[in-house]
Structures are given as structure tokens and as C-alpha cells.
Design a protein around this ligand. Structure first.
Ligand SMILES: NC(=O)c1ccc[n+]([C@@H]2O[C@H](COP(=O)([O-])OP(=O)(O)OC[C@H]3O[C@@H](n4cnc5c(N)ncnc54)[C@H](OP(=O)(O)O)[C@@H]3O)[C@@H](O)[C@H]2O)c1
Length: 327
């Protein structure tokens, strides 16, 4: 029988809820514990999801023997510190995106994982959903011909939440780190990992973070990525993969549940590719499988992939003039 992997959630906010729901639906995974900075939140979350162990400090869950892996669901600026608390107690880590707020910080996390010989993976769940595999399969089948570019936009507005951590430079605020990381990842999946040129423009708001950011990247074969992210401009969220003979259109470009395949001279085809559940189950299965196999790194969501995106975000921030206190 497969080993049950015991998960502990760190933080009790928005995304922790979605993860908890997925964890409860994932075969071979047990939602064993939750840790909050407050007893009240830990109890409320544990009661909501019927979790046996609840901790009123992250350190207490880290030093317990109740979990195999911690899922870090706290604001970006705290991922490194929180992940290291767990890794230094011998626990594996799945950390929310962006794993760190700059490459230097990410490298210190990867070093910590290696020093403690523990598994470490960034929760770039969108890479693991069926729609992404389907788009890759279509590209590899050759029906699009040579891929010449991608366009992806992940934008929304937070007019009513000026105190949210996405506006706080100390928490790695701004659209690039919050959602632009999906657009950069999207480009890396379909165009590759070695752009030769990156050009960026952004509108930087009064708190000093990018509220709207547009990035162009060029690849050695001439392919071009057009990417945008925003936290104060609700541009449509959609993506395209352009080939010589047609294109793929995706409404939710970074994690589609439906693809539209448009081949020149043919009727458009709709391809359904639903998630197993809410979209997070696939990453729980991947991390759990790695732990069972004794692996310290996923072969899909590799450390190198996280480093690639962190390095690109550093380069883009240097161009748009967004600096964080820890840079
Ligand atoms: N994968 C996705 O689709 C997705 C979607 C949204 C967000 N995210 C990522 O998930 C992370 C959390 O985002 P969220 O929207 O869930 O945030 P959130 O609703 O504000 O929740 C964050 C939680 O972290 C804990 N925390 C620890 N230190 C904190 C601090 N200094 N300030 C505020 N909260 C702190 C709090 O829980 P306790 O007080 O209980 O400890 C809080 O409830 C971010 O890195 C974000 O990029 C991912």
C-alpha cells in the first residue's frame, strides 16, 4: 500500500483554504496539521477542515512529529524565513509562488534544503494541470508548425484593498511577483528557458510596486513572448500560443481547463481538459510521489526552473525600477 504523506499547512489565509480543500480530496495525502500565528485562527481553520493537529506557532508545528511536508501559504516576503524553519527541522517543503522575492533569497532556500537533505518545490501548480500537458502535446504533434510566439495576460484590480500585501514592497509586492510569475512560467513552458533579450515597462504606483507590467522576451529562434500582469487594471486574462499553421487560445492562459485549437483552413476545435478537483491536487500528487521515491526535487518543477523565473523577475525589476528592502 502506498505511504500516506502527512501535510501541514502554514498560514490560514485565502490560498490555504483552496489547498486544504484539495489536500482532503487527494489520494495518498492526509491533511494532518495546520499552523497559524494565532490560536484562534489555527482552531477556526482546523475546525473548518476537520484537522486533528493545530498549532499556534509555525515553530511548534515544525518541531512536531506530525507532518512530513509543510505547505507555505504566507505572503511572499515570509516564504524564505518560514520554509527554513521547517527545513531546519527536517521537513520537506512545498512553498507558494513566488518561492522567494529574489534569486539570492531563493538560493539560500535551496541551499538550506540541500544542507538538510529535504525535498523543496515551488507551488507552480499551473504547470501540472492537464491543460498544460495537452497544449504541450499539441505543440509536439507538429499541427501548429513551428511556434513563433506566445501572448499571456494575468491581470486584475484591487481598488478596494489598498492595505493588501501585494502593495507592500517588504512583502515582494507588485503584479510581476504576484501573477507575472505565471506569465514568465507560461513562456518558459512553450518557448524555452533561454531568452536572449528581455524588455520591460511598468507603471509603478505610490507604494513603489509595479501595478501594471508588460514584458517582451525574444528567444534564439526568433520567437517572441508578449506578457502582461496587473493588480490595478482588469485587462482580460487570456493566452495564445502562435504557430505557423494556427494557434491555441486559452481563456485562463496559465492553467486552462479548455483549449481552443485554431488551424488555418479548419473549423476551430474545443478541447476540454478539466482539473482533477480545484487545480491544486496535481501538485500535491507530484510532491507526495517525490517524497515516496525519496527524491529531493521534482523533475518537472525543478529548482532550476524556479531559479530561472526568479532571475528573470530580478532582471525585469532592475529595468522597471522596483526595489525591495531585502534586495
Ligand atoms: N497558487 C495560487 O493560485 C495562489 C493564489 C493566491 C495567492 N497565492 C500565494 O499564496 C501566498 C499567500 O497569499 P494569500 O492570498 O493566501 O494571502 P492571505 O490571504 O493574506 O493569507 C496569508 C496568511 O499568511 C499568514 N501570515 C504569516 N505572516 C504574515 C504576515 N506578515 N502578514 C500577513 N499574513 C501573514 C496569515 O495566517 P496566520 O495569521 O494564520 O498565520 C495569513 O492568513 C502568497 O505568496 C501568494 O502569492 C497563490
Amino acid at each position: 500500500m502506498e505511504k500516506i504523506i502527512r501535510w501541514g499547512i502554514v498560514g490560514t489565509g485565502n490560498i490555504a483554504h483552496r489547498f486544504a480543500e484539495a489536500c482532503k480530496n487527494t489520494q495518498g495525502a492526509k491533511l494532518a496539521a495546520v499552523a497559524s500565528r494565532s490560536k484562534k485562527n489555527a482552531d477556526a481553520f482546523a475546525d473548518e477542515f476537520d484537522i486533528e493537529k493545530r498549532f499556534a506557532s509555525y515553530e511548534d508545528m515544525a518541531s512536531s512529529d506530525d507532518i512530513d511536508i509543510a505547505y507555505i501559504a504566507t505572503p511572499h516576503g515570509t516564504h524564505a524565513q518560514n520554509a527554513m524553519i521547517f527545513m531546519n527541522s527536517g521537513k520537506a517543503i512545498l512553498t507558494e509562488k513566488p518561492a522567494a522575492i529574489n534569486l539570492k533569497q531563493l538560493d539560500s532556500m535551496i541551499d538550506c534544503a540541500k544542507k538538510n537533505n529535504v525535498f523543496f518545490m515551488e507551488a507552480m501548480w499551473a504547470r501540472l494541470v492537464p491543460g498544460t500537458y495537452k497544449a504541450l502535446e499539441i505543440i509536439n504533434s507538429g499541427v501548429l508548425g513551428k511556434v513563433g510566439g506566445v501572448r499571456g495576460s494575468f491581470c486584475f484590480e484591487m481598488y478596494d484593498e489598498p492595505d493588501h500585501h501585494v502593495f507592500d514592497p517588504a512583502q515582494g509586492g507588485g503584479s510581476l511577483l504576484d501573477v507575472g510569475c505565471y506569465a514568465l512560467s507560461f513562456s518558459s513552458w512553450y518557448l524555452g528557458t533561454n531568452p536572449t533579450e528581455i524588455k520591460a515597462l511598468a507603471n509603478v504606483g505610490k507604494t513603489g510596486v509595479d501595478e501594471h507590467c508588460c514584458v517582451l522576451m525574444k528567444y534564439p529562434g526568433g520567437e517572441i513572448a508578449e506578457l502582461s500582469s496587473a493588480i490595478m487594471l482588469p485587462k482580460p486574462n487570456e493566452g495564445y500560443i502562435f504557430g505557423e499553421k494556427g494557434h491555441i487560445y486559452m481563456k485562463r492562459f496559465y492553467a486552462p481547463q479548455k483549449l481552443e485549437l485554431h488551424i488555418s483552413g479548419k473549423d476551430a476545435e474545443e478541447i476540454d481538459c478539466p482539473y482533477i478537483g480545484n487545480g491544486f491536487e496535481e501538485q500535491i500528487l507530484e510532491a507526495s510521489k517525490c517524497l515516496r521515491e525519496g527524491r529531493k526535487e521534482s523533475s518537472i518543477l525543478t529548482h532550476a526552473q524556479s531559479r530561472l523565473i526568479a532571475g528573470q523577475m530580478d532582471a525585469i525589476r532592475a529595468q522597471i525600477g522596483v526595489r525591495y528592502p531585502v534586495d
